[in-house]
Ligand binder design. Structure first.
Ligand code: FES
Length: 147
C-alpha cells in the first residue's frame, strides 16, 4: 500500500532533530488526527535554506513526507521552498494512499510556519506566505480571532 520511497523515508527518515538557534521554527497540528509537527529552518543572509530539520508526533506517513520535504527545501530559496507543496512532496514519494494525504499537509504547513516565524523575527514580508492556520505557539493556548 505504501511506495518503496515512502517506506524508505519512514524507516530511514532524513533530517530528524532540531537546529539550535534556527532562523525559523514552526509547530503545527493536524486538525484531522491531532498529530503535531515541528520544523526548524536555517536560512542564510541570501535567503537560502541551508538546513532543515523536523520532529513529529505524527504517523509513518507524516515522518516520510517530512523527511522528503526537508530534503526538497534544502538549498532552495524561500520563494522556491514555498512551491514545495504537499502535492510536490507526495509526487516525490510516488504517492500516498488517499487516507494519508492529510498527513502530508503537516510538513507543508510546518515549513510555512517556520518561514512565517523567520519573517516575523526579521521584520520582513514573504510574498505569497500567509499566517499558518494551524500554528501552535508554545506555552499559550491560542485565543484565535480567526475562528
Ligand atoms: Fe496524523 Fe498521519 S495520522 S499525521
Amino acid at each position: 500500500m505504501y511506495s518503496e520511497k515512502v517506506m524508505d523515508h519512514f524507516q530511514h527518515p532524513r533530517n530528524v532533530g532540531e537546529i539550535e538557534n534556527a532562523s525559523g521554527v514552526g509547530t503545527v497540528g493536524n486538525a484531522k488526527c491531532g498529530d503535531i509537527m515541528r520544523m526548524y529552518l536555517d536560512i542564510d543572509e541570501n535567503g537560502v535554506i541551508k538546513e532543515a530539520k523536523f520532529k513529529t508526533f505524527g504517523c509513518g506517513a507524516a515522518v516520510a513526507t517530512s523527511s522528503m520535504a526537508t530534503e526538497l527545501v534544502k538549498g532552495k530559496t524561500i520563494q522556491e521552498a514555498l512551491e514545495v507543496t504537499n502535492k510536490a512532496v507526495m509526487e516525490a514519494l510516488d504517492g500516498l494512499p488517499p487516507v494519508k494525504v492529510h498527513c502530508s499537509l503537516l510538513a507543508e504547513e510546518a515549513i510555512h510556519a517556520a518561514l512565517w516565524d523567520y519573517a516575523q523575527k526579521n521584520g520582513i514580508e514573504i510574498e505569497g506566505l500567509k499566517k499558518p492556520k494551524s500554528d501552535i505557539h508554545e506555552g499559550e493556548e491560542e485565543e484565535s480571532e480567526e475562528y
